[in-house]
Design a protein. Structure first.
Length: 255
């Protein structure tokens, strides 16, 4: 398992002649497959066209370099329409907001992790208020340009550390064998507690950020003006206006 930041910037070495092909400039995400399909290459001699290496052509990703069999593994993205389309989607994952299907803001992606053998995205490390958790990619509905959409119950799958992403579901289940099924009344209490905790997290994420455009309610009235430095009161006002307003607010703030 590799962090995305452990791959970008690595030199790309051709095994056949021991030469450096270039360095890894970026990871090209396939949002439909949940995988890294290409590595774009930075090279001082390639200024006009964008070159890349299909992930399936990568022999290995080590601590100091990415290796390929030869420089014939390099392709011109302009000649591969599907690769060019993926690059133009500009899916970055890191630093994007994480939101449930029902519009509840959970937090922000700090990092994502891939299987260095297959390129599959194993999961992400999230900032949830002042806490950091890991989440398997199986909970992801959509890897979007600005937002990662996850299942409504994604928070139930939070892991304490990214290292747990490498464990199988069976291994994780063994650690939870003594978990007791909650009664209906207990479940209702837990659900209320989760909603309260979620709203608290939203306040922590947005607090002190500056609004970059007027935020309107469903009737078109301004509820938070452009330039407002968000206090808990304004954020709670957006929460009271509905999940869609919180989404709109979260997409139009800056630090």
């Amino acid at each position: 398992m590799k962090k995305s930041t452990q791959i970008t910037g690595l030199p790309i070495i051709s095994i056949s002649d021991g030469s450096q092909v270039g360095t890894v400039k970026s990871l090209v995400i396939n949002p439909d497959k949940g995988s890294v399909d290409f590595l774009t290459i930075e090279h001082e001699d390639w200024q006009v066209s964008v070159k890349a290496i299909p992930f399936k052509k990568v022999v290995g990703i080590g601590e100091y370099a990415v290796t390929v069999e030869s420089d014939s593994s390099v392709i011109d993205l302009n000649e591969i329409p599907i690769a060019n389309q993926l690059v133009n989607k500009k899916i970055k994952i890191t630093n994007t907001k994480v939101m449930t299907r029902k519009g509840e803001l959970l937090g922000e992606v700090l990092e994502f992790f891939i299987d260095q053998d297959t390129g599959n995205i194993l999961g992400m490390q999230l900032s949830i208020g002042e806490k950091q958790v890991a989440l398997r990619s199986g909970a992801v509905v959509t890897f979007g340009k600005d937002i990662v959409i996850v299942q409504e119950d994604a928070s139930a799958g939070f892991l304490d550390s990214a290292e747990e992403l490498e464990k199988s579901e069976e291994e994780l289940a063994e650690t939870d064998f003594d978990e007791v099924q909650a009664s209906p009344s207990e479940a209702a209490v837990l659900e209320d507690a989760e909603v309260t905790a979620l709203k608290t997290k939203q306040v922590e994420i947005l607090l002190g950020k500056t609004v970059t455009k007027d935020i309107l309610d469903k009737d078109g009235n301004i509820i938070i003006s452009e330039g407002t430095v968000l206090s808990a009161r304004e954020i709670e006002k957006a929460q009271d206006a509905g999940p869609g307003i919180v989404v709109e607010l979260s997409l139009n703030v800056e630090a």
